[in-house]
Write a protein that binds this ligand. Sequence first.
Ligand code: F6P
Length: 364
Amino acid sequence: KRKVLVLTGGGDCPGLNAVIRGIVKRARTESDWEVIGSMEAFNGVMKEPMELMDLNEKTTAGIHVKGGTILKTTNKGNPFDFPVKQPDGTYKIEDRSGELIDRLKSIGVEAVISIGGDGSQRISQMLYEKGVNIIGVPKTIDNDLSGTDFTFGFRTAVQIATDSFDKLVTTAESHHRVMIMEVMGRGAGWIALHTAIAGGAEVCLIPEIPYDIKKVVERLNQRYNEGKGFAHIVVAEGAVPIEGTVTSRESKEIGYEHKRLGGVAYRLSDQLKEAGCEADIRETVLGHTQRGGTPIAFDRILATMFGVKAFELVLKGSYGTMVSYKNNKITSVSLKEATSEYNTINTSSFMVHAARSIGISFGD
Ligand code: F6P
C-alpha cells in the first residue's frame, strides 16, 4: 500500500485530533493508501526503534471531540536542529534532515502531512526543498500564521478566554477592582482583541500597538470618574510599552521572556501603580487553559475540513503547499507564501475601529 505519514509539531491546540481523524476518514475511501502517525513530531521516525502509530478507523474513533493530540507533540523535533546526546551526557545540535529522509524512505513513506505552527511549516518548506513530498496543515491558537484567515483552535481559545473574562466581571464589580487578564499571543494580539470585544474590556494591549502606560491610566481614571468602580484590561503576552517598539518576531521572544519573569500581567500591574493608578489591581494569567479541553464546534469542523483537504492534496500530488481557509473557502497556498510573514492585526481594520468606537483603549 502507499503510505502517508502524519505528525503534529509545536504546541498543542484544540482540533489537532479532528484533523487526524479527517485525514483517516478521507483516506479510507482510497483503498490503495494507508495512514501512519509519527509520535512526537518527527522524533518518532528518528527513534530506534521508530515510534509509529497505525492510524485507522479504530485508533481514531471519536477523537475529534478530544483536545490535545493522540500523536503527542514537541517543540524539540526539528530535524535540522536535532539534539544528539553525546557520550558525556550533553547534547549537540546537528542537522539530521538527511537521516530523516532516509528513514522515511526505509519505511516506504510516499507523502507526509505535517500539522503545526509557524516553526513546523518552516521545517516543512525546508524538507520540501530537499525533495520530501510534504503538505502542511496550519495550527495555532494564536492565529498568527499567514496564508490562512483562521487557524483551528483560535476560536476555542477566544471562547475559553471570554468565559474567564465573564467570571472576572462579578468579582471586579464587588471589589471595585481593576482586573488584568493575560492571554496568549506573543507575536499577535488576536486572542486579546477578540476577547476584549466579546467580554467588554476598557483596555486591550496587543503587540501590534505599543502602549503608553499614561494613556492606560487615563482610560482607567475616566472609567472610575464615570462612576463605574471597576475596569478590565486584556493584555496579550507579547504586548510592549511604547519605549520598546519591536517587530512581531521580536515580540514573540519578548513573550517568552515575560513568561519566564512571571507574566506580562504582573509587570503591567507594577507599571500602572508607578504611573499613578490608585485602584486595587488583580492579575489573572490564563496560560495553557487556553489550549486545553474540547474544541468548540467551529474548530472541529474547520479542523476536519483541513484534514480532508490535506489528504486530497496528497492525492493530487500538490506538495509544498499548506491547507488554508481563505474568504470562507478551504483552499491551499504554497508553504513558501505561508512562511514568508506573520499574520498580525491590521491596526486600521474595521475590528480595531469597532473596538475603539465602543471605548476600548489600546493605550496609544
Ligand atoms: O503558539 C501558541 C502558544 O500558545 C503561545 O501563545 C505561547 O506563548 C506558547 O504557545 C507557549 O507554548 P509552550 O508553553 O508550549 O512553549
